[in-house]
Design a protein around this ligand. Structure first.
Ligand code: ATP
Ligand code: MG
Length: 565
């Protein structure tokens, strides 16, 4: 992902804006409310000035022949409307933002499902976590505080330019130039300066997340090998670098604020001098001179909002980029969608599996894991796979599951290429027990039931019995309802493994792939499981990976992995 070229800010913005499409009507409402709100705010100063001018006798009549009383009512109405409109605009913006975050989170999870599991094996999980949590969260700034302020500023300051130009075109031109400098030139310049730092900050943050997660996971090892101080030092270094980056970003923010203020004051004085000159040369009346100057001074609000946006915008865009890149990432294995009219490979038609002339290497292509590999998995038999560690036994199972596609060769299930079988059908036809069983924070019963959603209590118990874990579960305080989260790591490796096996038994697919199912079991439990395998796998097709010949003795045929490392 990192190696992908950094997208240009504008194209990221456009891509993010496209996501607003379903909520466009609310966005338009927000823009309308925001623009009218700002105009109300600006009109407060203009109405006030008009009243002062009237009071001082500089104008003989108020606008449209209104009375002072009516002008005060107008002033009050504008003030109240400003408050209500601002509230309504913010409400709409946040409604859009949080709805969109929901949509984006959904998209990200869909993308993860698509990319799973091949991509995730190598992916740095901490980074992924920060994309899913922090990065998506930061997009709120974009949706609630970026898009509509830009449109609002264009509309409001566009109208103000016309308003000021009606006093004198030259004043209008100066106002327009000032708005451009404050709302466009300064943010662009600032954005350019902080772009890399913003990106670096987010990446470093992601890496720190990974580091913390990694340290927490490996706490036992860190303590045992006395690496605590070392890890702490590394963590401090990372945190220090992060705070250094933060400082630089804050400094830039300060500079940008000063620049903006300076520009606003210079433009205001420039306008005052220009209007005074126009007044002296008789091109503008006294009241117009005051009104045009005050109107411009009071109308910087929307562009100042844009100017300060650029500080966060870089980080927001960096986050947006990471999210968009994840959404666009191509899966290693394209999902095959179901074809309702074809129902091949149903469990009753299972006729075995085959790998022929398979060449396979993981991402780094130099290391060939399998070359011209062949295996025939006969239906109704237990096929054993034996070989040294790292010889590619688990890889064979992952290829049969189609977590990866081989570079060459053919893998078939019931004489149909697995790359053509709809993914959900393929998953339904195979049960895979991995070397490491992951247990979710849920009850033991639910953890087993993952193998078959909606399974009854009896079915779950039956599966547990087959996996020789039933007695153990009954000995727990709440039996099958014991939450696994509470047990945490107190379940032994063998117990976890047997829960994984129970899951696979419950899944009841015609092809059972077992990766070292007995590696964590003692001889007694191994013998029990092997016995139940023999009994309950009767008529089932099983691929049994093990380096223990005692487990493999139930196999009808044993294939030796010849890749010696
Ligand atoms: P063991 O008996 O230790 O489980 P194995 O025979 O199951 O070993 P595999 O897990 O298939 O071995 O791994 C075969 C080779 O592929 C190893 O050298 C391993 O480092 C490499 N490998 C495994 N998974 C990946 C991956 N996701 N990306 C890159 N290389 C990998
Ligand atoms: Mg393995």
């Amino acid at each position: 992902m990192q190696e992908k070229k950094r997208r240009r800010g504008l194209s990221i913005m456009l891509e993010l804006v496209v996501l607003v499409k379903p909520l466009l009507h609310i966005m338009l409402l927000a823009v309308l409310l925001g623009t009218i709100g700002y105009l109300c705010a600006i009109s407060l100063t203009i109405i006030g000035t008009e009243l002062l001018l009237y009071g001082a006798g500089a104008v003989t009549s108020l606008w449209f022949g209104m009375t002072v009383r009516k002008m005060f009512v107008l002033l009050l109405a504008a003030a109240v409307a400003r408050g209500i409109l601002h509230y309504a605009e913010q409400y709409c913006n946040h409604l859009i933002a949080f709805k969109l975050l929901e949509i984006i989170r959904h998209k990200v999870f869909t993308a993860l499902r698509r990319l799973c599991p091949a991509k995730l094996e190598g992916k740095d999980r901490g980074n992924l976590i920060s994309i899913i949590t922090a990065d998506i969260e930061l997009l709120e700034v974009f949706y609630a505080h970026t898009i509509s302020p830009i449109v609002i500023a264009i509309l409001t300051n566009g109208l103000m330019t016309v308003f000021i130009a009606h006093f004198h075109p030259l004043s209008g031109l100066v106002a327009f130039a000032a708005y451009l400098i404050v709302g466009l030139a300064i943010p662009l310049y600032n954005g350019k300066k902080t772009c890399d730092k913003g990106m670096e900050f987010r990446t470093e943050m992601g890496e720190l997340n990974s580091f913390v997660l990694d340290s927490l996971r490996g706490m036992d090892e860190i303590l045992q090998y006395g690496q605590g101080e070392n890890r702490k030092k590394q963590m401090n270094e990372r945190a220090r670098h992060l705070s250094f980056l933060q400082q630089q970003l804050s400094r830039r923010e300060g500079e940008q604020r000063s620049f903006t203020n300076l520009a606003v004051w210079l433009a205001s004085f420039g306008m005052l001098f220009l209007n005074m000159h126009l007044y002296q040369s008789g091109e503008m009346g006294f009241a117009d001179m005051v009104l045009a100057t005050i109107a411009m001074m009071g109308s910087f609000g929307p562009v100042i909002a844009l100017s300060s946006l650029s500080n966060n915008l870089n980080q927001t865009l960096a986050s947006g980029e990471r999210v968009l890149t994840l959404l666009k990432e191509q899966p290693q294995v394209a999902e095959v969608l179901p074809e309702p009219e074809r129902n091949l490979n149903g469990s009753r038609h299972f006729t075995g599996a085959k790998m022929a002339h398979v060449d396979f290497s993981y991402d780094n292509r130099e290391e060939q894991i399998l070359s011209d590999y062949e295996i025939q998995i006969e239906p109704g038999q237990i096929t054993g796979l034996h070989g040294a560690s790292g010889s590619g036994k688990s890889t064979v199972l992952k290829l049969l599951m189609r977590f990866w596609d081989p570079q060459r060769g053919e893998i078939t299930l019931s004489d149909r290429r697995i790359s053509e079988i709809p993914t959900c059908q393929l998953r339904g036809a195979e049960s895979y027990v991995t070397q490491e069983t992951h247990l979710f924070h849920d009850t033991i019963a639910h953890n087993i039931a993952i193998g078959k959603p909606g399974a009854s209590g009896e079915e779950i118990m039956e599966a547990a019995k087959k996996a020789a874990i039933h007695e153990f579960i009954l000995s727990l305080p709440e039996g099958y309802d014991t939450p696994v989260g509470e047990l945490g790591d107190t379940l032994s490796g063998g117990e976890r493994q047997r829960i994984g096996i129970a899951r696979a038994f419950l899944h009841d697919a015609p092809l059972l792939l077992l990766d070292e199912p007995t590696s964590n079991l003692d001889a007694l439990n191994e013998a029990m499981i092997v016995k139940t395998f023999k009994e309950s796998c009767h008529g089932k097709t099983v691929v049994l990976v093990s380096h223990r010949l005692s487990t493999l003795r139930i196999a009808d045929r044993i294939f030796e992995m010849d890749r010696v490392r």
